[in-house]
Design a protein around this ligand. Sequence first.
Ligand SMILES: [Zn+2]
Length: 190
Amino acid sequence: MNIEQRLLTVNPFSRPGKGLQTARGIVIHWVKNPGTTALQNRNYFEGLKNQSLNNPKAVFASAHFVVGLAGEVIQCLPPDEMAYHVGAKVYTPEALSRLGHYPNNCTIGIELCHPAWDGKFTPETWMSAVELAAYFARLSGLDPLKDIWRHYDVTLKDCPKYFIEHPEAFERFKLDVNIEKGENPEGEQE
Ligand SMILES: [Zn+2]
């Protein structure tokens, strides 16, 4: 897995420059924009810096990584900085009890690209996402079977659609991460 670092400019809307506590979870998202590339989605986050702070409808959004349709991985934020990927007015009871009152400050956000509106991921995206999640599970001592969340599990948002409509696929994803974590204890990152 190659990770291309394209860090966002520090700005209030997508890279607040605040520290992330030790990661207590990994949150999986879909980009909800079929056919777009990892770079396009990263550039969307970057473009948010051009908003006015006076705009009441300003969008705050980002994620640490975007995994593209060909399995390419773009890193948008250092993993020890907070991203705006899972904020909400209300959190699920499980998220509140295990991730606290503001899960952005203790979770790694991974956005996955998808070819179509059904949200299904390509095998290449799946494989890179498994490797990436396994890497952070090792790094932070997380249990892939318990500590990988769908965005939906944290806030009930309809994200990632395919893993909500196909919960068995999400279970398989977590199992794949668990296997990868066990089989590749040293990692193969650059
Ligand atoms: Zn999401």
